[in-house]
Design a protein. Structure first.
Length: 394
């Protein structure tokens, strides 16, 4: 008997770059190899104690029933207060905020709510590769607009964006701070993108998950904060994963006008129905509570970035593109003229250090490696030493 066919929809999906590389890592580890991983976007901090305590307290208080599917009102209130405090943005917690199972579900939900078969979604490229499969799942067409390295920074040219806009273009997915490149869009850059979105009647999906982790003078700005018209056509996607070291808690949120939020609420009701109630209580404690834990993590990431820069200083054929935000640095290795996937494999096999090839994020990432400093300590110092040696040998 032949096996039942899988849906055509699911056959388009691909594993993420990190999952693909993880399979290789596990194989080598199975052979007894010790590897240092500078690959994942997984903070190595414990979730701050007051957040864990809020979850414990909620569990003991019996907060284990179905959550309000929009999100518990205490958490929606905390999200609204945070957006007003940090971006000067006002959202009505009753109708304009939705609590999601991480940003991953928020992205999926927004795409499912808006895309008709064949609608195009503009994306920066190199791009967080996990955006592509949900666009395909929703019936959309990803249209990647290449960025280039200008003055040591990945930058998008508005003319390229303009040229990519066609009659079927409906959405523009933006990520600032931008994984994998580390670019934080400036006000001027966002204004140019916003102007284009208005002119072409696009909806902006703004993934702001790295907002709290910025360096030097760079500051996160949401495109929704650029004016009333843009607020009305932006869906803010965010989560507590990175900011509060809560990747495994699976809690995030969206903010958008009431019509868009209602559409997303329908999708959510018919699928995830939101994170567990006691997790939402902990998330409310995180957003409404003291923020010094976030500041402390930012200080530590800043020190790790300096450590990375120093460790790779002077290595021929490798330039560190200084990130303005997030916890990844792109190494520009174009002069070596080695395909980035070959370079990654060689560094893993011969030197025991795991990175991600820039080409995993699109053709414009070719000639670069993404190095994560989300984990510090011994793993970072030994991984950087191995990376330095490996690159020097090439
Ligand atoms: C740009 C970006 N968006 C979304 C996510 C997923 O976030 P969450 O853990 O909230 O689902 C990641 C995780 O690495 C990411 O890098």
């Amino acid at each position: 008997m032949s096996e039942p066919a899988l849906s055509a929809r699911v056959q388009q999906l691909r594993p993420t770059a990190v999952n693909r590389i993880l399979a290789e890592v596990r194989e080598l580890q199975g052979q007894g190899r010790q590897l240092y991983s500078l690959m994942r976007g997984e903070p190595d901090f414990r979730t701050p104690a007051h957040i864990v305590e809020a979850a414990e307290k909620a569990l003991r208080a019996g907060r284990t029933t179905y959550p309000d599917n929009r999100g518990e009102i205490k958490l929606r209130d905390a999200v609204a207060a945070k957006l007003e405090r940090e971006q000067g943005l006002r959202y009505d917690p009753a109708t304009e905020i939705l609590v999601t199972t991480g940003a991953t579900f928020g992205i999926h939900d927004a795409l499912m709510s808006l895309i008709n078969e064949g609608d195009e979604v503009l994306l920066p490229e190199p791009v967080y590769d996990a955006y592509l499969s949900p666009i395909l799942l929703a019936g959309g067409v990803p249209k990647q607009v290449p960025a280039s390295i200008v003055d040591g920074r990945f930058t998008w040219n508005p003319r390229d964006l303009e040229a990519a806009c066609g009659p079927r273009t409906k959405l523009l997915l933006l990520n600032t701070p931008w994984n994998p490149t580390g670019t934080v869009f400036t006000r001027g850059e966002l204004e140019a993108i916003g102007e284009l979105a208005l002119r072409h009647n696009l909806i902006l999906l703004s993934d702001e998950i790295y907002e709290a982790i910025t360096y030097g003078a760079a500051r996160h700005l949401s495109p929704a904060a650029l004016g009333r018209e843009l607020r009305e056509r932006t869906i803010i996607l965010n989560s507590l994963s990175k900011t509060y070291a809560m990747t495994g808690w699976r809690v995030g949120y969206c903010a958008a006008n009431a019509r868009l939020t209602q559409a997303m609420f329908l999708v959510l009701q018919q699928s995830s129905r939101g994170p567990a109630t006691f997790i939402q209580d902990a998330a409310a404690a995180a957003l409404a509570g003291p923020q010094d834990c976030v500041d402390a993590m930012r200080v530590e990431y800043t020190a790790r970035l300096a450590q990375l820069t120093e460790a790779l200083d002077g290595v021929a054929g490798c330039r560190v593109l200084q990130p303005e935000g997030g916890f990844f640095a792109m190494l520009d290795t174009r002069v070596l003229q080695v395909p980035s996937d070959d370079l990654r494999r060689r560094l893993m096999r011969d030197n025991g250090v795991v990175t991600v090839n820039g080409s995993a994020y699109g053709p414009s990432g070719e000639g670069t490696l993404r190095v994560s400093f989300a984990s510090g300590g011994d793993n970072l110092s030994k991984g950087l030493a191995a990376l330095r040696q490996g690159l020097a040998e090439i």
